[in-house]
Ligand binder design. Structure first.
Ligand code: FE
Ligand code: FE
Ligand code: FE
Length: 162
């Protein structure tokens, strides 16, 4: 399909994010299981709940647009999830493993931040205020998650002992 308008591109980018979020929904429980520190486990658990809400926000926007959310696969997220899966199966000291899981998760958050920043701005140009607001909320959750992961990485005291 030819992308004639910014709105066409907006829908395509939203479909990419919808695919990405659904891949993350499947990956987060595995990250949670592989994590050692209770704080990191809790962070993955909270972000799983947030991700469910993010999927619902995207669905709300698609309903408003009268478009289907499916039909696109985010190949970048397939790669990021594959790297996360490698880390999950790696044999490692607990603190080292946690550091690796954090590194994989932050790559995911940064990809999402780039994607949501883009669609939020597209929504603004398209004067879709409600969508802009919903996408901004998700962007803030991804940013907060990234910051929390940075904090956890710095406070990984067991790593300093190694
Ligand atoms: Fe997300
Ligand atoms: Fe993508
Ligand atoms: Fe996220």
């Amino acid at each position: 399909m030819k992308l004639e308008t910014l709105k066409d591109l907006f829908v395509e980018e939203l479909r990419d994010l919808y695919s990405a979020e659904n891949q993350i929904l499947k990956a987060l429980p595995k990250m949670h299981k592989a994590a050692h520190s209770p704080e990191l486990k809790a962070a993955f658990e909270l972000h799983l709940k947030q991700t469910e809400g993010q999927v619902a926000r995207l669905e709300q926007i698609f309903t408003k647009l009268g478009e289907k959310p499916t039909g696109k696969t985010c190949k970048a997220m397939e790669g990021l999830v594959a790297e996360g899966s490698e880390m999950i199966h790696e044999k490692a000291e607990p603190a080292v493993k946690d550091a690796g899981l954090i590194a994989a998760a932050q790559r995911v958050e940064h990809y999402e931040m780039a994607g949501y920043g883009t669609v939020r701005t597209f929504a603004k140009h398209l004067k879709m205020t409600e969508a802009e607001h919903l996408l901004q909320q998700t962007l803030q959750e991804e940013e907060a998650t990234d910051k929390k992961l940075s904090t956890l990485a710095e406070s990984n005291v067991n790593l300093q002992a190694l």
